[in-house]
Design a protein around this ligand. Sequence first.
Ligand SMILES: Cc1cc2nc3c(=O)[nH]c(=O)nc-3n(C[C@H](O)[C@H](O)[C@H](O)COP(=O)(O)OP(=O)(O)OC[C@H]3O[C@@H](n4cnc5c(N)ncnc54)[C@H](O)[C@@H]3O)c2cc1C
Length: 290
Amino acid sequence: MKYDVYDLAVLGCGPAGFSAAINANIRNKKVIVIGSDICSPPLHKAQKIDNYLGFPGISGAELLDKFMEHFKASDIELIENKAEAINEMDGIYSILVQDQVLQAKSIVISTGIPYKPTFANEEEFLGKGLGYCATCDGPIYKERDVIIISYSSEGESEANFMAEICQKVYYVPLYKTLGSLDKKIAVIDNKPAELIISEFVEGIKMQDGSILKADGVFILGGETAPDRLIPGLEVADNHIKVNRQQETNLPGVFAAGDCTGQPYQVAKSVGEGLVAGLNASKYVSRLSKV
Ligand SMILES: Cc1cc2nc3c(=O)[nH]c(=O)nc-3n(C[C@H](O)[C@H](O)[C@H](O)COP(=O)(O)OP(=O)(O)OC[C@H]3O[C@@H](n4cnc5c(N)ncnc54)[C@H](O)[C@@H]3O)c2cc1C
């Protein structure tokens, strides 16, 4: 990392995040972007985009390449990983990214469509046999049985790690192309329906009615509920509440793109990213004058 404290940390490297970062960088701010290895999985999947001005008929992957090219020309730092937790102290935000903590005076959240819980009672059973990071809780489940539900191939490395220490690992992939998994892992080709519970989680019932019993259940790759990322962040109807300046209820925290609500479109994300990036820059400039 280039700096001890950044002016702006942008969470997410989709159209909204890139737009916020580039605009704050033009305002001479120290910017860092935290995002997944495929920036913008939804845009990458879009076969043909006909409504982004100036690029009729372009594929999502091509448009993303153009955004990436523009971003790379700016020399802004990019960490290819996800922010796991954020805390504020004396106006500085500390962001946990895997095993490193970075600090910033302001934040733009542009993490895409917010995660909808997989199970109705998910919140209640978090920490009671249900978790979002298998490797973090690995030691607790040594020589026991676990179920890993994953929305992306990123879950495969966690499943392989758990296979080394657990008695049994069930893997429920909620995506199409499966990569390489340890032979010990039982892959379940069905969708989860509900948690089986008593005081703790005891397993899951699948949509075909079959039952998987386990000591722990992990849901990976779908866990970025923004209000879980930043305690106290106001959400409404599963989206981050913002005003027209893209300000949230927390000082120095802005949000842009699909995470703030519909329409889920590239042009809206780029526009909101611009407003968030400029207002985050103004916020930081004001801080230095106080
Ligand atoms: C099949 C399909 C077709 C589409 N067609 C069109 C179309 O024709 N026209 C159009 O305008 N739009 C279309 N869209 C929608 C468009 O792709 C989205 O509106 C746009 O990508 C939203 O941009 P965003 O930056 O808000 O979020 P995203 O592009 O979703 O980017 C969010 C990024 O944040 C990352 N992230 C999530 N959590 C964290 C975290 N905790 N820390 C760090 N990073 C995190 C994600 O991995 C992702 O990279 C389509 C989408 C799909 C799926």
